[in-house]
Design a protein around this ligand. Structure first.
Ligand code: ZN
Length: 105
């Protein structure tokens, strides 16, 4: 079964405080229903100084996980869309449900 989202996909947040924000998927969490999206749902995190790794202490901002159901894959022509799956030879690809464009490279 093909994953709904993969690393480097461009997604748009469709609900919550970050609604309308777009970003690149940095990571799909192992439980598969959460992702980290670049610049989305930023949280402040206290960082302990670590001179050995040249890290200054203070407050850093970091992405936090967001549920898959809160984001949609962005189709280049339609914007955020629902995705479907299609067989292409021996592999399954993701397609835009609106225009039918293949969303996998
Ligand atoms: Zn489309």
């Amino acid at each position: 079964m093909a994953l709904k989202l993969q690393r480097n996909d461009t997604v748009e947040v469709i609900t919550g405080t970050d609604k309308g924000k777009r970003g690149r998927v940095l990571r799909v969490l192992s439980d598969k229903d959460r992702v980290l999206v670049e610049h989305v749902r930023m949280v402040k995190k206290h960082v302990h100084p670590n001179p050995q790794r040249n890290i200054k202490g203070g407050i850093a901002e970091q992405e936090s996980r967001i549920a898959l159901s809160n984001v949609q894959l962005v189709c280049p022509t339609c914007g955020p869309v629902r995705i479907g799956h299609e067989e292409r030879g021996d592999r399954k690809v993701r397609v835009c449900k609106k225009c039918g464009t293949t969303l996998d490279k």
